[in-house]
Ligand binder design. Structure first.
Ligand code: TEU
Length: 550
């Protein structure tokens, strides 16, 4: 029976997944062509990043037509074929709905620009100061002020992201009705789930200036956001228990997530939150270089695990997506302990309470590409911030050092299918460079190797289906203060799962606070795991231990 708590989602970034027509960009047929690979991995859902008509200023998050597929990705027939072929393999397709904003090339915005009052009210317009200053001091997430002036109108429109991504006015009931229609349109064509982009930013509240910060406190988890989500859900997917939905929640609070993803609140199935991935930032500032704060990482992961469980709300659990650097480069080891650290990181996520997400290439341990010049970057946020860092007086080399660690392009390089020149991704010129280590790190060398990272992910996915404790168990941190080990216990109807991870290269001795008598090892990243009252954990060693009461 369908149960999203037993499911695993695989994220496909279509542009970088597999190119079947030689234009250097992945396409829908490319996803269909690789379904056997995904079936072999064992995933239940594929979340696909947007492939709708778009000028691609922000790689498809700037949508110009919600109902049409961008020809560079394929046709509606290709999409329907993908859904059918996926269905044959027990896989469902989730689509990415970008409802906070549209591209300024969208027909609605174009009509607004042309003076159509009805469509003007689809967006957020304000007058600025007499001296030419914008309506308030809110900052765009991609750098600079969040308002753009349109001289013909004498007004400014709001864009929390790029200036070509105009924020929609959800206060307008017509906007909400249009967006509900878009959801129905894709439900009718075979989509079985949705990911909603930055959906906790849709209710803006007031438009005051914020002299303390960038303005996010006014529009994040805004006053009508729960009402809007409830309305959308009840009018569309909420009536179909087979549907799975996930909201991307930017800078959210746990209290709001109890409602967004509560078992009976009628909003969404689950939420992405990002606090655990800001542990290598300084406050909210991402464009800095600091080592990750392990104590903070654990504290955040653990408090979300216990808090959401206590309130019967559901997490999406993940390290990677198309906006994040590669996790093995970030929290693991790209060198000698590449494979054990990649497996350990996978284990941490997949044994948590929540639905795990695997981002393409994570299952084979793909790394950051190590770009060294600006012309290798494609991402608008990275390019903007490079210039912002330079304008602040930072040396070019230091700006590159920061981009190499934090750029969103780290995860957007082509999927490494094999060790040939173009990594088996394309016959043409890839739209973004392929990481040179594809000769060593690639799917072809791992799919049939029982010791590979791929095989480890396969086992993790299978364990969730086999053991109810992984899907349904409670969550208890173990030795939470330990400076190098991340360990926890899950319990469910007489089943116990103890998950122990040495997060570092340095070996560690550890006395588990749980008596491990009678436990067996379900999974490890070393060939000869041993269980005892005192554990000798090797570099990045990871153990999944299990016991069922008689
Ligand atoms: O991202 C929202 C978002 O705020 C971030 O994850 C963003 O990439 C980060 O703050 C930058 O530091 C979503 C999409 O995942 C992202 O790709 C889009 O660019 C963005 O929304 C706009 O639609």
């Amino acid at each position: 029976m369908f149960d999203f708590r037993k499911s695993v989602v695989y994220q496909v970034y279509p542009k970088s997944f597999y190119d079947t027509d030689g234009d250097g960009m992945g396409d829908l047929r490319g996803v269909t062509a690789k379904l056997d690979y995904l079936q072999k991995l064992g995933v239940d859902y594929i979340w696909m990043n947007p492939f709708f008509v778009s000028p691609q200023r922000d790689n498809g998050y700037d949508i110009a037509d919600y109902r049409a597929i961008d020809p560079r990705f394929g046709t509606m027939e290709d999409f329907e074929q993908l859904c059918r072929e996926a269905d044959k393999r027990g896989i469902r397709i989730m689509l990415d709905m970008v409802f906070n904003h549209t591209s300024t090339k969208h027909e609605w915005f174009q009509k607004a620009l042309a003076g159509d009052k009805e469509y003007e009210d689809f967006y957020i317009w304000r007058e600025g100061g007499a001296d030419g200053t914008p309506p308030n001091n809110w900052e765009s997430k991609f750098g600079g002020n969040a308002w753009e002036y349109v001289p013909e109108k004498g007004k400014w429109y709001l864009h929390l992201f790029d200036r070509t991504q105009a924020d929609l006015n959800w206060e307008n009931p017509r906007v909400r009705e249009e967006l509900r229609d878009v959801v129905r349109f894709w439900m009718d064509r075979g989509a079985k789930g949705f990911r909603f982009d930055v959906v906790n930013l849709i209710s803006k509240g007031s438009y005051e200036s914020d002299y303390e910060g960038d303005g996010r406190r006014f529009y994040t988890d805004g006053p009508r956001v729960h009402e809007y989500l409830h309305e959308l859900s009840q009018a569309t997917f909420g009536t179909d228990a087979e549907f799975v939905t996930v909201g991307e929640m930017s800078s959210t609070t746990m209290e709001n997530c109890y409602r967004y993803a509560g078992a009976d609140t009628g909003e969404l199935s689950m939420v992405f939150s990002f606090h655990h991935l800001k542990v290598d930032f300084v406050g909210n500032e991402k464009w800095v270089l600091v080592p990750f704060d392990f104590a903070k990482l654990k504290n955040i992961l653990f408090s979300w695990q216990t808090g959401m469980a206590e309130h019967d709300a559901w997490n999406a659990v993940f390290w990677c997506n198309h906006d994040q650097p590669r996790v093995v480069s970030r929290f693991g080891d790209e060198g000698e302990y590449w494979a054990p650290s990649a497996k350990m990181l996978g284990t941490v996520i997949h044994c948590l309470r929540g639905t795990p997400y695997v981002y393409q290439g994570e299952e084979i341990g793909m790394t950051n590409p190590g770009f060294t010049s600006l012309d290798q970057y494609r991402d608008v946020e990275s390019i903007n911030h490079f210039h912002i860092l330079r304008d602040r007086g930072l040396h070019e080399d230091s700006a590159y050092d920061i981009l190499r660690v934090h750029s969103r392009d780290n995860s957007r390089t082509p999927m490494q299918w094999d060790g040939t020149e173009k990594a088996g991704f394309t016959q043409g010129t890839p739209w973004i460079e392929i990481t040179p280590n594809h000769t060593k790190i690639n799917a072809a060398s791992q799919v049939d190797d029982p010791d590979s990272i791929f095989a480890h992910y396969q086992k993790l996915i299978a364990l969730r289906k086999q053991y109810d404790v992984i899907a349904y168990g409670d969550f208890q941190p173990l030795d939470a203060e330990n400076p190098t080990i991340l360990a926890y216990m899950r319990q469910w109807k007489g089943e116990q799962l103890v998950v122990i991870n040495n997060f570092y290269r340095k070996p560690a001795e550890w006395a588990c606070p749980v008596d491990l008598t009678g436990f067996t090892c379900l999974l490890s990243n070393y060939a000869d795991p041993s269980i005892g009252s005192k554990l000798h954990l090797r570099p990045y060693e990871s153990l999944v231990l299990y016991r069922k009461a008689e």
